[in-house]
Write a new protein. Structure first.
Length: 228
């Protein structure tokens, strides 16, 4: 009996403690708070992407300049003056061959004429690897050499003068922010831009390692650099 009483006393002492601990346990955060935090993060990413797009004057080629209020902002070519002549042709010798007309595309999220049908990862891959989203699967690309890893064996690159060889050196966070802005921060604009012309190799000969250098860039100091 003594043992039973002792156990009962101990149990009786523990129950209030357990109840008190349960009462003091923090309540889980309401789902609304988590959603609000996620929305705040999304807005911050979009605003970061917007700033990068403005800083790099994407609208200088794709329309609207650096004014998001402008008509046709990032909606692509609307007049021939926005087109580019790439190749041997020049103002002095416009009929020289080869000569290709390239046209900045509609970057707004319109499903039919813009980027709306592509994922943010496909847009990221276009900026990092120069791969046209129309012909690139929605996957994380491994490697930069054609045919190695899951990098396309016959890549279809973005047409010049899109400066993706420079953009690829931005951080993942920066490129993802740009993709987020283009997909979620712009109003869709209906503007069908004609396909750019190009060589049969889809510019592969223009974007070799010898032409544009490696990614990532070689460590500092490279051949043309020096330590201070």
């Amino acid at each position: 009996m003594g043992m039973l009483s002792s156990a009962s006393c101990k149990l009786g002492f523990m129950l209030p403690v357990l109840v008190l601990a349960a009462c003091n346990k923090p309540a889980p955060a309401p789902a609304g708070n988590a959603n609000a935090a996620a929305q705040t993060d999304s807005n911050a990413e979009i605003l970061a992407g917007r700033q990068l797009v403005l800083d790099h004057d994407c609208g200088g080629c794709h329309g609207g300049g650096t004014d998001p209020d402008a008509k046709g902002y990032l909606a692509g070519v609307t007049t021939p003056i926005q087109e580019f002549q790439i190749g041997a042709c020049t103002f002095a010798n416009p009929k020289a061959k080869p000569c290709f007309t390239t046209r900045p595309r509609n970057l707004t999220p319109d499903n039919e004429t813009g980027l709306g049908r592509f994922t943010e990862r496909q847009i990221f891959n276009a900026l990092r690897f120069g791969l046209r989203p129309e012909t690139t699967p929605d996957v994380d690309i491994s490697g930069t050499t054609p045919g190695q890893g899951n990098f396309p064996e016959t890549p279809h690159y973005l047409a010049p003068p899109m400066p993706w060889p420079g953009w690829r050196h931005m951080t993942d966070q920066q490129l993802k922010a740009i993709a987020a802005y283009l997909k979620r921060g712009l109003k869709p604009a209906v503007n069908k831009v004609a396909e750019s012309e190009g060589p049969p190799d889809f510019w592969a000969s223009a974007y070799t390692l010898e032409q544009i250098g490696p990614y990532p860039a070689r460590p500092f100091p490279a051949a043309s650099e020096r330590r201070p």
